[in-house]
Design a protein around this ligand. Structure first.
Ligand SMILES: [Zn+2]
Length: 397
């Protein structure tokens, strides 16, 4: 079992520690998204410097390019991208749903057309487990059928049944393979070049998380959770939210699902990274988050600050000598002016994406650190209230 300890509680919100062979992750945790075996625009050293403890990789993308067998042959994903801290891999269920041009759901998986070159592929539970085993991630996700929104009740029920049967197949496959590989001996991917984990001899057991589906129907969400608990996973994730439903419904589902998930296991809300949504989820007891928001927005010149959202291209910053966010301690804010960041962005310099990403990710990781501290002091509600006054969601003026 994955070692997870709840450290402090404040209402339903909690801090905790996920202890893994490649390092500890403090929760609530934000996982920067490293789709193509890179968190775009950031080197692994820079990620460490701003305090990232875990990153997310995408099985779907790495399966298509460069291919999971190639990554296995060069020593696994950690070695390939030179990241020696934990990695969670997404199974590909969501990407098959959101990216592939054509997908047909069959009993044993999904047949789909690659969004890269149009070639046809098939991924089911066994394939998704094989791909993630080849990548050698620390936490793997089950292969799920992401239910679109809106979905009729019967459609959502069928989709949920598919997800549950696939979850069982993933667990069986994962258990068999884990046993077959055994728990001793050094794996090739543990011998990272220039990394402390080089000396580690124990083979890490890959943890496996189940995914709750069930659209916006409470009884289906409950059925999904009961089914997953019966199978038993190292952690429980919630999928199928932020797929087009109104915010009020998303928040209602988060508040409903949180308390139903077992408290002694990590709870992961997939793909949701709007900070105000994160606050709602942490209040409901969620521990893990991932989202492309900070990185994607950074590249588009939209920056999150302690006073709200900043669109760096605005004319008012033309000769602004001040830092982007006077309260931020990141490399970008300590060394560059808004005028310079605006100029970098408008001239489409590579440095623009780098400096903006450093800031946005630092801001996110710092937000999570401050949130953990507030929970530790028993002041999460005050922290949440003070954040709700910040206009992070205002459209750019
Ligand atoms: Zn900054």
């Amino acid at each position: 079992m994955l070692n997870f300890e709840v450290l402090e509680e404040d209402g339903a919100s909690r801090t905790g520690a996920l202890r893994m062979m490649r390092g500890n992750v403090h929760t609530p945790a934000f996982m920067p998204v490293g789709t193509n075996a890179t968190v775009k625009a950031m080197s692994p050293d820079e990620l460490k410097e701003i305090g990232a403890e875990i990153v997310l990789g995408n099985a779907y993308h790495l399966y298509l390019r460069p291919g999971h067998e190639i990554i296995r042959s060069v020593g696994g994903l950690h070695r390939f991208m030179n990241w020696d801290r934990p990695i969670l891999t997404d199974s590909g269920g969501f990407q098959v749903y959101s990216l592939s041009a054509l997908r047909t759901i069959e009993e044993g998986g999904v047949r789909f057309k690659s969004h890269v070159d149009g070639s046809m592929h098939f991924i089911g539970p066994a394939e998704a487990m094989e791909i993630q085993a080849a990548l050698g991630s620390d936490i793997a996700m089950v292969f799920d059928d992401c239910t679109p929104y809106p979905a009729e009740y019967d459609y959502a029920l069928n989709s949920l049944r598919t997800t549950l049967s696939w979850a069982r197949m993933c667990k069986e496959h994962h258990d068999t393979e884990t046993q077959r590989r055994g728990d001793t001996g050094t794996r090739k991917d543990d011998n990272m070049l220039n990394s402390p984990s080089r000396s580690v001899t124990a083979s890490p057991r890959q943890a496996l998380f189940g995914i709750v589906q069930g659209s916006t129907y409470r009884d289906l969400r409950r059925m999904s959770i009961e089914g997953l608990l019966e199978i038993g996973f190292d952690g429980y994730a919630v999928g199928g939210l932020s797929v087009g439903e109104p915010k009020e419904i998303m928040h209602e589902m988060i508040r409903f699902i949180g308390p139903l998930l077992p408290g002694e296991r990590p709870r992961y809300l997939m793909g949701i990274g709007d900070l105000l949504d994160v606050l709602v989820a942490v209040e409901a007891g969620f521990d893990m988050f991932d989202c492309v928001m900070p990185t994607r927005n950074a590249r588009n010149g939209t920056l999150f600050t302690s006073f709200g959202r900043v669109s760096i291209k605005r004319t008012e910053y033309k000769a602004d000598e001040g830092p982007l966010d006077p309260e931020c301690g990141c490399y970008t804010c300590r060394n560059f002016s808004r005028a310079y960041l605006r100029h970098m962005f408008l001239t489409k310099e590579i440095l623009s994406m780098r400096l903006n990403t450093v800031h946005n990710l630092y801001f996110y990781l710092d937000f999570f650190r401050r949130m953990r501290e507030a929970i530790g002091r028993g002041e999460f509600r005050d922290f949440k209230r003070s954040c709700e006054a910040i206009p992070w969601n205002e459209p750019d003026p």
